[in-house]
Write a protein that binds this ligand. Structure first.
Ligand SMILES: Cc1ncc(COP(=O)(O)O)c(C=O)c1O
Length: 404
């Protein structure tokens, strides 16, 4: 039976690798398990969204209509208003914005829509990285080009050392700011440098900004590729596209709601692709999403919760680890005293805590190895008390590892 041979290029997902890696690690004590491996938001969703979804009269109406792929006027306008307030950019609700069912499907579908399908074309992406970028590129028939985010360079990619021929072969560049897993930001100046390169070498930039609303100080409030583009005299966002989501911002990962915004020509092509793909967002989701983008109070409360958690766990971990504070997102990207996989296995067996080995999120690069190695990703999504308990166990574990 013939199936798409490109499917064989896909690696198993990091959570599957982790499950296999822990199969022989057994915990025999009486500590409760604390999972810190999955970045699934756990704070409560806003009540007004639940109320809107529970309105049976509205729901009956919404379920009885086919939704439009380009989304309702109300939703696109709410997103345009949010972009103006949050990043002071003027995006047209008509031309620059497209609702999507979360950024995961959009980041994947975008590659299918914009790449030429030639095996020689490159798609740049950070390394370590959100795994969808690689799968999207491989299934679109292109080749990933990894830009390492190493500790020695402050977890920033070295864009300056990429050969001109590589930029020439590039059709798309994924960037992620705040980064998953590193939590680092790409500055406006760096984004503008990338936009210049995109114009010079004719590629598109896809900026995954789904963690932009979780940050720890107003000084490091994440910017957007759209704002960087606007500030350099490119108010039509040529070659720039951003991906935003309600999953992290509003604790609505189950709603499957986000948007793509930027270059009107690219958005139009993406809309055409999506019309055939048949992935319109349900009308009830669109309605709930409109309300969520219109409200900032719940976003501020959510951010304050993460700030409180990071303060609490950082105080506990600081004396025991080389702790780098993220600029944004809800992960610590923690350097490990031993190799990351055995660290995870022993941590589980001794402390009943699950974290993600960094090497599962990265890929080997020539003369560099895997830039995710010797790190673990710790997702502080559990309730505060569980996070504090987990931080104490991690601190105790670090002492045990050192005295071994
Ligand atoms: C970097 C990054 N991008 C995109 C996503 C997808 O989020 P969603 O599809 O819920 O918008 C995630 C989810 O964990 C992520 O970490």
């Amino acid at each position: 039976m013939a199936t798409n041979p490109k499917l064989d290029l896909l690696q198993s997902y990091p959570f599957e690798k982790l499950r296999a890696a822990l199969i022989n690690s057994h915990y025999h004590g009486d500590l409760a398990p604390i999972p810190l491996s999955i970045g699934e938001p756990k704070h409560p969703p806003p009540q007004f969204v639940i109320d809107a979804l529970s309105d049976s009269g509205a729901l009956a109406q919404h379920l009885a209509t086919y939704p439009a792929t380009r989304g309702s006027d109300a939703l696109r306008q709410a997103i345009a208003d949010w972009l103006r307030k949050r990043f002071t950019v003027s995006a047209s609700a008509e031309r620059h914005i497209l609702p999507v069912n979360g950024t995961r499907e959009a980041l994947f579908a975008f590659a299918q829509a914009v790449l030429s399908g030639q095996g020689s074309s490159l798609v740049g992406m950070p390394n370590p990285f959100y795994q969808i970028y690689e799968g999207a590129v491989l299934l679109a028939g292109a080749t990933p080009f990894f830009l390492a985010n190493t500790a020695s360079r402050g977890y920033q990619a070295d864009f300056d050392n990429v050969a001109a021929a590589t930029w020439d072969a590039m059709e798309l560049l994924y960037i992620c700011s705040p980064g998953n897993p590193t939590g680092h930001l790409i500055s406006d100046a760096q984004m503008q440098h990338l936009i210049e390169l995109a114009h010079r070498h004719d590629f598109i930039i896809a900026a995954d900004e789904c963690y932009s609303e979780i940050y720890f100080s107003e000084q490091t409030r994440p910017s957007s590729l759209l704002a960087a583009s606007d500030a350099m005299g490119n108010p039509d966002f040529a070659r720039c596209v951003v991906f935003h989501s309600l999953s992290k911002r509003s604790n609505l990962p189950g709603l499957r709601s986000g948007f793509v915004a930027g270059d009107a020509d690219i958005i139009e092509k993406f809309l055409q692709y999506r019309t055939y793909h048949g992935c319109a967002m349900g009308t009830h989701q669109q309605h709930a999403s409109t309300l969520a983008w219109q409200d900032e109070t719940h976003v501020q409360e959510n951010r304050a919760r993460y700030q409180e958690k990071f303060e609490a766990v950082s105080d506990i971990l600081q004396p025991h680890y080389d702790l780098q504070q993220p600029d944004g997102g809800f992960y610590h990207w923690l350097p490990t005293p031993t190799d990351d996989l055995s660290f995870c296995q022993s941590l589980f067996a001794q402390q009943h805590i699950t974290v993600m080995p960094g090497s599962f999120l990265g890929r080997d690069q020539p003369s560099l190895g895997n830039p995710g190695a010797n790190h673990v990703r710790v997702a502080w999504v559990a309730p505060l008390a569980d996070c504090v308990e987990a931080a104490h166990r991690l601190a105790e574990f670090a002492n045990d590892v050192r005295s071994d």
